[in-house]
Design a protein around this ligand. Sequence first.
Ligand code: ACM
Length: 533
Amino acid sequence: MNHAPRFRILLAALCMLVAGGCAHHAQREAPRIVPLPQSVQRQAGELKFAQVVALRADAAAPHAGRALSTLLAQLEIRADDAAPTRVHLQLKPDEALPAEGYRLTIADDITLSATSDTGLFYAVQSLRQMLPPRAQAQYRLPHVTISDAPRHAWRGSSLDVARSFLPIEYLQKHIERMALFKLNRLHLHLSDDQGWRIQIKRYPRLTEIGGASAVKGGRAGYYTQDELRQLVAYAQARGVTLVPEIDMPGHVQAALASYHELACDEVSNLAPYDGLEVGFSVLCLDKPEVIYPFVENVLREVLAIFPSREIHIGGDEIKHPRYAEFVARAAAIVESMGRTPILWEEGSVADTQPQVLLQLWNDGYDIAPAVAKGHPLILSPCSYFYLDHGNFAGQPETYDWCRKQGVPLARSYAFDDSAYPTAVGVEAALWSEWVHNDAAADNRLWPRLGAVAEVAWSPAASRDYASFRQRMGALRAHLDQLGVAYYAEPDLGWATTSARSTTLSPTCATASSPAARRACISTHSTAPNPRSQ
Ligand code: ACM
């Protein structure tokens, strides 16, 4: 009887328990790369090199070149033409590789090749994951040939900076972390009832008043246009496109509090808002002469900052007889400016061009008619990708209106997009009603965004949670080096399950709609407010 497979399983299990302790063995099982590459061919042997390499970097790939130099500097690896190990970073035509694809060969030399700067940047990220995150006297890499390209073009993370603000420094860190996992869209939810976060020069009160409020216990603040322009460039250098969202015609209390004329005359509550309700505020759809110039002027300034082809204009959680008319008109304004609108799923009822993207967020929403019209979909079904839900059932300060068991890592990893033929990708959302500081954001985002990255990038048939656990588990030191205050996920061997709180927050599972569920939670939730403790 051959005991070898059983021994390997036992060894792998031990490695999970002492996470990181068997990194070298783990490398022989599968390279420590998340998301899993399309094709990995292991060859016998390994490359060993000390803290010096000969570097040949194509100057036509500046972003990849910078990423490689940063990686080598972090590992204290010097460049010296006389070094025996050479690192080639080369752009070259390759008919078999899509634009974001790359090849990475480790033999006597390390060769990274791609047809684009972005592809080469991703090759560097794979190398970055295979190397340790901190300097060592000697480096060892397995001989391997990797050929890789993403399954989906849209690999997104969205941050709600409106309920509770996240400073620009956090966004920079987040972009750097996204890049390590080849995530490429950062959707910023820049306006909501509780806050308006983007400077609009024509309407200064939006930030004077709307920027000064936040959800109770959360952070207020706003980004200047200069800060956002710099952030756009910072993200571009890391393969990340910033996608702005101005949510309308609902979720606009911060705008109404700033400019009362945007509300209908009979509306009496025009105060800044710090609660948790949704669906109560709306631009006055019976005042087209007031609201459409506002929409157009705001979007003109937003689009001048963000070069993203796709621009999100919200459209969620509002019922109004003139809703569909508004959505069609707002979408047409975006198109008249040469961009493509994104709408939350409810926007599918409006008469829009079939290229308008729809973002699915309720698992059960009937999106089939929109798919039949050809609308591309961004998939964010809440029971898989709403990361404001707990890493585990009953995690304090998390919502559970969509899934009372929370959205554990394994749940995000299990998402199957095969029912959505027009999907362009997936996006995980972090709403901030209960996420009031950077550490809470880190805890909700990581390691679940690793699973999201693999769902978005890797071939569906190759997805395997046991393999993911082993590879993601081994990247803990990389997250540590980046200063991520991640959730210590027991599935990755980062903690034992007894570390989890067993207190279940009350659920509102029987409420009739998401809005009703959220309202129910706002009155019943025991999630403590960290600012009031
Ligand atoms: C949403 O969660 N209202 C898009």
